[in-house]
Ligand binder design. Structure first.
Ligand code: NAD
Length: 476
């Protein structure tokens, strides 16, 4: 297991001498002591990334060669998929079932952007007068990628794969709780043939390592995924050096079930929408809006399903509800559940749990009778806690759906195709799933409206966030 910093294709102890304890949240065992980057380490990583960005070893590569490196990294990750999935589960507490999906989609993201590297073309523009004018896409430079602990490897790849495809170099700061798969990925990137400085990994906490990266004058862009509160700080701090910023922030996404929906599919979708990944999913469908005519039936079936979804050993193949990623997050989720018990009606779960006498587990929890103004409805919990709100018609559903500062995602369950499209249009969210939930693909852009941030990960659109347009005039 790698625990040192990865800078300039070398493994180094942190000059800061600081170490981070990485804990398995399912067993409470200390997994590793990872080196934590301080200011001098951040400077070293940014310096390496800048030298690489300006040097021949990287700039001299054709876009197709850059793409081939990403493809190779994807192949190597695929070869190590079992080990990587197990490592992800150990550090994050998510089930092995989910970690396998994470690793497989990371492979796909690498392959997808490997394919894009040589397709970033410009245009010839029809200007007046005697000139040839064309545009080219230029890489932005050094990208600081800052990611959270919920999908440690997969979300990192949403940043570093398009950044490298566009010709940028990367300094990745994983979350302090989950640095291990990012470090293992560094090993893969080196083996794939990325030159020194193209991809650097510096674990550390937010206020020290993250803030230093955001301040660093050598960084051209910060690609951030995390909470809205920290996103605001990042945006403020980035202003001093006029850095580009993209922010993928929190959510409180509505999942709307109309009475005319396929109710079996809708209830299953509601369950997966909130309990997949223990609800530590930015797009989790944490507000379930249900049309009053089917409300009782939906709540009854959902509560029954939630009660069957018991927390288990995440390393067991059959487990579908793992451990909350850290004690801190566990305590935060439990405090929201306490608030929920005081303001709504608990119909499933509601307690902390342990597996083999250990671990930070929380039962799959459902509150009925929820409404705006309640903490469990207005605030992002980031845990397996669902709030059910009843509505009377489509107009009210849309009003409730949009009654939030966030705008990351939404779900709509109905057999009425016109209503589905109308509501999809009216909901202010970056992603809308109709008769489905929590689907992702490397080709499909993902990001927020409103306080859920701006800029897009994935798809062709992500590449625009790592390159700038240059206009070239040729006098004829
Ligand atoms: P967080 O904001 O606390 O931390 C995210 C990252 O930012 C971590 O690496 C952290 O160390 C770093 N950080 C913290 N303070 C910093 C600072 N001052 N300067 C620079 N970096 C700093 O979030 P979290 O608790 O790790 O993750 C949960 C949050 O992430 C939730 O709000 C969730 O919705 C959001 N999230 C959003 C998406 C999305 O795509 N929109 C995806 C996953 C998670």
């Amino acid at each position: 297991m790698r625990t040192q910093l990865f800078i300039d294709n070398e493994w180094r102890d942190a000059a800061s001498g600081e170490l981070l304890e990485v804990v398995n949240p399912a067993t409470e065992e200390v997994l590793a002591a990872a080196h934590a980057a301080g200011d001098a380490d951040v400077d070293a990583a940014v310096g390496a990334a800048r030298r690489c960005f300006e040097g021949d070893a990287w700039r001299g590569l054709s876009p197709r060669q850059r793409g081939a490196l990403l493809h190779r990294a994807g192949e190597l990750l695929h070869e190590r998929r079992k080990e990587m999935a197990e490592l992800e589960t150990r550090q994050n507490g998510k089930t092995l079932f989910e970690s396998r999906i994470d690793v497989a989609s990371t492979v796909e993201t690498l392959q997808y952007y490997g394919g894009w590297a040589d397709k970033l073309d410009g245009a010839v523009l029809p200007v007046s007068g005697d000139s040839l004018v064309y545009t080219v896409r230029e890489p932005l430079g050094v990208v600081g990628a800052i990611v959270p602990w919920n999908f440690p490897l997969n979300l990192a790849s949403w940043k570093f794969a398009p950044a490298l495809a566009a010709g940028c170099t990367v300094v990745l700061k994983p979350a302090p709780e989950t640095p291990l798969t990012a470090l293992a990925m560094a090993e893969i990137m080196q083996e794939a043939g990325f030159p020194p400085g193209a991809f650097n990994v510096i674990p550390g906490d937010g206020p020290t390592t993250g803030a230093a990266l955001v301040r660093s004058p050598g960084v051209d862009k910060i690609a951030f995924t995390g909470s809205t509160a920290v996103g605001k700080e990042v945006m403020r701090a980035a202003a001093d050096s006029v850095k580009r910023v993209t922010l993928e922030l929190g959510g409180k996404s509505p999942n709307i079930i109309f009475a005319d929906a396929d109710l079996q599919a809708a209830v299953k979708g509601a369950q997966n929408g909130i309990f997949y990944g223990k609800g530590e999913v930015c797009a989790a469908g944490s507000r379930l809006l249900v049309e009053r005519a089917v409300h009782d039936q939906v709540v009854e079936e959902l509560a029954a399903r939630a009660k069957q979804l018991v927390p288990g050993d995440p390393m067991e193949k059959s487990t579908r509800l793992g451990a909350i990623a850290s004690k801190r997050q566990h305590d935060k989720v439990m405090s929201y559940i306490a608030a929920g018990k005081a303001e709504a009606t608990l119909v499933a779960g509601g307690s902390a749990a342990q597996v083999n006498g250990k671990g930070y587990f929380v039962e799959a929890t459902v509150f009925d009778g929820a409404e705006p103004g309640m903490k469990i409805v207005d605030e992002e919990i980031f845990g397996p806690v669902l709030s059910v709100i009843a509505f009377d018609d489509a107009q009210e559903a849309v009003r409730l759906a949009n009654q939030t500062i966030y705008g990351l995602a939404a779900g709509i369950w109905t057999r009425d195709i016109q209503k589905a499209f109308r509501v999809a249009r009216a909901v202010r969210a970056g992603t809308v799933w109709i008769n489905s939930y929590n689907l992702y693909d490397s080709a499909a852009p993902f990001g927020g409206f409103k306080a859920s941030g701006f800029g897009r990960d994935l798809g062709r659109e992500a590449l625009d966030g790592y390159s700038d347009s240059k206009t070239v005039w040729v006098g004829l």
